[in-house]
Design a protein around this ligand. Sequence first.
Ligand code: ZN
Length: 287
Amino acid sequence: MLVSAKEMLTKAKAGKYAVGQFNINNLEWTKAILLTAQEQNSPVILGVSEGAGKYMCGYKTVADMVKAMIDELGITVPVALHLDHGSYEGAKKCIAAGFSSVMFDGSHYPIEENIEKTKELVGICNELGLSLEAEVGSIGGEEDGVVGAGECADPNECKMIADLGVTMLAAGIGNIHGKYPENWAGLSFDTLDAIQQLTGDMPLVLHGGTGIPADMIQKAISLGVSKINVNTECQLSFAEATRKYIEEGKDLQGKGFDPRKLLAPGFEAIKATVKEKMELFGSVGKA
Ligand SMILES: [Zn+2]
């Protein structure tokens, strides 16, 4: 069932585990993630970037597809449909289209403007029973053309945003979107600890979950991270499985060119990646 992310993340924070946000790109992606969540009896968050929303013919198409799929597949675990790194306008569009959760990424604005815009969205989301994620301190790497340097958020600024009444808070702690470089310094647990001390029960969000070593993920969860975003890793496993199918010439055998056959290995690869992450994050059986 489609729900806001509030209850699942409150439970995750209290239970010391994290719920995965897996970004979707098309029907196969969405189906693979929903089926895996149901099989693992895990809550799940489907992430949609503004670019992916555009690619999938708009937020209404996405919301209607997700709702129909939940119904058609008999998905009973809690599912949140969440805008990832939304602009102020994008957040409003997703709310109108029927998303159950939005992120407003105002991290590139001066803190006063981030606060002002976040505050307005808190009011709208509270009224409609939607969850809202805010961000402080930009997260490294590139996402939809926005490049961040991977800075560490100011814990006091985190508290200012948390106090506005957002549902969950993303804070830069040295994490990066996409693949991590060889010389990556690792997560700043001192920063994370300081943020958690000031923000208390607020579920914290770790972006850029691809390639962070398992021990760092577990330590981050122990310090209050309750939502972990995974995007690149599903893309890599999908691409690898699809490449293998074609390199083995399977698309040339019989009706191997049928998209339902051609996309099947990638679909199974996404399922395996999502299952592995749910096990690592501790969300299996928590629906
Ligand atoms: Zn992100």
